[in-house]
Design a protein around this ligand. Structure first.
Ligand SMILES: NC(=O)c1ccc[n+]([C@@H]2O[C@H](COP(=O)([O-])OP(=O)(O)OC[C@H]3O[C@@H](n4cnc5c(N)ncnc54)[C@H](O)[C@@H]3O)[C@@H](O)[C@H]2O)c1
Length: 281
């Protein structure tokens, strides 16, 4: 399967989604607002691939895949694509605009997927024409996309079973393992993850153990590659708080964010971009 695919948004997620399709042999059209953003994305991808080749994690010919990624600043450039993934800002207004523009340009029957983490797939489907909704679906990747194998495949209310099957097949063809999940807040993985993170913060509040020791416990006792506090720092505590607030709204008490997490976010101790976090000074 080497047809052309499109990716809308060349940020942290979009650029690596483009990369995994290119590594699987697809010509890719990668779209962002400015040529500067696209050039920065290409430079970052070259760095990621270079490091992965040096560490033996990607084959020696992997850099050639970057030549399969073309760039554009107009979402209508996805017109020739049979499969398009949207990965722009997590803002329904921004997504609505980009999805509508892509939908109008795409051929009938082409699949439009969104990488949203928190907006219901059925809500986003409202921003494409009625005739696209059977081919509209969620594909929730995990960061870093070039290393994490899971993709949650999320049908919305209108998604056709054939779209689910075709999307799962595409995920398998690019080396990912799909799991099909209902369109519920947090999907499946974030529901599991935030229960763990909330309890980890509660352990610190109660003085049961330090963040360092809880991270060690999760790595060595549960076989997790990273502890919950390291992960909160990597993804930022503010993003974690936002996710927990959405799930608290949806599910109630069991996702109530801990007061210590709220206080730390208010104090700017969020981790990410050189900011101090739980484990980073
Ligand atoms: N960061 C994560 O770990 C993660 C994991 C899973 C899903 N997601 C989801 O993926 C999506 C993207 O997240 P990200 O972390 O890559 O964000 P990001 O801020 O790194 O990238 C977003 C990109 O979209 C571009 N963009 C914004 N408006 C645009 C427009 N109108 N047209 C074209 N490009 C536009 C921005 O310039 C930016 O490069 C979000 O929906 C997010 O919730 C993120």
């Amino acid at each position: 399967m080497t047809d052309t695919v499109g990716v809308l948004g060349a940020g942290l997620m979009g650029r690596e989604i483009a990369l995994v399709f290119a590594l699987a042999g697809h010509p890719v059209i990668l779209i962002d607002l400015t040529q500067d953003a696209l050039d920065a994305a290409r430079a970052r991808l070259a760095e990621i691939v270079g490091k992965a080749v040096a560490r033996g994690l990607m084959p020696a010919d992997a850099p050639a895949a970057l030549d399969r990624i073309a760039t554009a600043t107009d979402p209508a450039a996805v017109a020739p694509c049979a499969f398009v993934t949207e990965a722009v800002y997590e803002d329904e207004g921004v997504k609505a605009q980009v999805l509508a523009a892509a939908d109008t340009a795409m051929a009938p029957g082409a699949i439009l997927a969104t990488n949203t983490s928190t907006i219901p797939i059925t809500a986003l489907a409202a921003h494409v024409r009625a005739e696209r909704r059977a081919q509209f679906i969620g594909t929730h990747y995990f960061s870093p996309v070039s290393r994490m194998r899971l993709v949650e495949v999320i049908p919305g209310h209108f998604t056709a079973p054939a779209t689910v099957e075709a999307t799962r097949a595409r995920m398998a063809a690019i080396g990912k393992t799909p799991v099909t999940v209902k369109d519920v807040p947090g999907f499946a993985v974030n529901r599991l993850l935030h229960v763990l993170m909330i309890e980890a913060v509660r352990l610190v509040e109660e003085g049961v153990a330090t963040p360092e020791d809880i991270d060690i416990a999760c790595r060595l006792g549960l076989g997790h590659p990273m502890g919950p506090f390291e992960l909160m720092d990597a993804t930022t505590s503010s993003l974690c708080l936002q996710a927990q607030e959405i799930m608290f709204d949806a599910y109630g008490e069991r996702f109530r964010p801990r007061p210590l997490l709220k206080a730390r976010v208010r104090a700017g101790l969020t981790g990410g971009r050189g900011r101090p976090g739980w484990r980073t000074a």
